[in-house]
Write a protein that binds this ligand. Structure first.
Ligand code: PLP
Ligand code: COI
Length: 339
């Protein structure tokens, strides 16, 4: 087997042994199939290619000190994929089938689950799309579900070090009553121009404001946003952001740590009152925010001056990771052990 430098993995694609697939014909899902090909044979008129009928998920599996492999909040992701399917009129994959596919793909690629000591994990990428050949704009009759895995390190190069984010008021990611709550490819395509511009200017990602009024915080490119003020964990309530499973977990952990959790509209100016800020998601885990520049308004909000994450972000990060790797008791029932 090729040597993998587990401790220096980035968030990139590396080929693994197998992927798992399932096809839906006229509303009926078939059996799971195992493939060793990374390619899909598809009709050139498939609805996913022309009309964006595509949704995906992102999950991780972790190898513990005890050698066991744990998957984090699999059912929540299965249900969110169903919600994304309803959002763009695709056939919903049954939760049980989703879970079976995830366990199967992890087991088949067990040798790619990074060792505990590396701090890396196995990223799991399920994707579901319309395959019917069609030129009229309407939902497909047939769908395909594929799940592949790849070992990954940190999403943002700095890992758990604070980095800057930008508010770019000339760009919206999603429409107020659009598809922001679904994990569909089109949302990410719509974020590429702003995202690349932000990267070129040295920012980790864009912090989007609500598209209607440009008054409230929405989310950070590929992650949700939260702020810490005193003993409060404050995170945006919005109809145009992805309901992040990491954020939901951090809210539970914050409450468990005796903090007050506020999920509500957050006006941009309120950033000035936060002691700490972070971006959170499966890929990002917690990515502490050093500074947010509201570029067009010529304003800056600074959260870290010494290049270190704040104490609350650090505590939340450590607890979340401890549960994911099995170092701390799974008292909320978030973890599935792959047997
Ligand atoms: N927001 C967006 C737009 C995302 O792509 C993601 C990543 O999945 C998140 C938030 C974080 O969600 P989760 O914590 O479920 O990974
Ligand atoms: C995730 O956090 O799993 C994501 O999907 C974010 C990004 C890689 C799109």
């Amino acid at each position: 087997m090729e040597q993998i430098d587990w401790s220096n993995l980035t968030f990139g694609y590396m080929p693994t042994d197998y992927n798992v697939r399932c096809v839906c014909k006229n509303g009926v899902w078939g059996e799971l199939e195992v493939s060793s090909s990374a390619y899909i044979n598809m009709h050139m008129a498939a609805t996913c290619l022309h009309y964006g009928q595509e949704a995906f998920e992102g999950m991780k599996a972790f190898r513990g000190k005890d050698g066991q492999i744990r998957v984090f909040r699999m059912r929540d992701n299965a249900e969110r994929l169903q919600s994304s399917c309803r959002g763009i009129m695709m056939a919903e994959l049954p939760v049980e089938k989703y879970e079976e596919a995830i366990i199967k793909v992890i087991k088949l690629n067990e040798r790619f689950v990074p060792p505990y000591e590396s701090g890396a994990s196995l990223y799991i990428r399920p994707v579901l799309f319309g395959t019917t050949a069609q030129v009229g704009v309407k939902p497909a009759a047939d769908y395909m579900f594929v799940v592949f895995v790849t070992p990954v390190g940190p999403y943002f190069k700095a890992g758990f070090k604070p980095t800057p984010y930008a508010i770019m008021r000339q760009f919206d990611r999603v429409a107020p009553l659009g598809t922001g709550t679904y994990k569909v490819g089109g949302n990410y395509a719509a974020s590429l121009v702003a995202g690349e511009k932000a990267h070129a200017m040295g920012y980790s990602a864009v912090l989007y404001l609500d598209s209607k009024e440009k008054k409230y915080l929405d989310e950070c490119g590929p992650a949700n946003f939260f702020g810490i003020r005193g003993n409060s964990y404050i995170t945006p309530k919005s109809d145009s952001i992805l309901p992040s499973i990491t954020n939901k977990s951090l809210m539970t952990l914050a409450e468990d740590m005796g903090m007050t959790v506020e999920r509500r509209h957050i006006e941009v100016e309120e950033l000035a009152t936060f002691d700490e800020a972070g971006a959170c998601g499966t890929a990002a885990v917690i990515s502490p925010v050093s500074r947010i520049d509201d570029i067009d308004e010529n304003k800056s909000y600074v959260f870290s001056k010494d290049g270190e994450a704040g104490p609350v972000c650090t505590k939340l990060y450590n607890r979340l990771r401890a549960i994911q790797y099995g170092d701390e008791e799974d008292k909320f029932g978030w973890v599935t052990i792959v047997k």
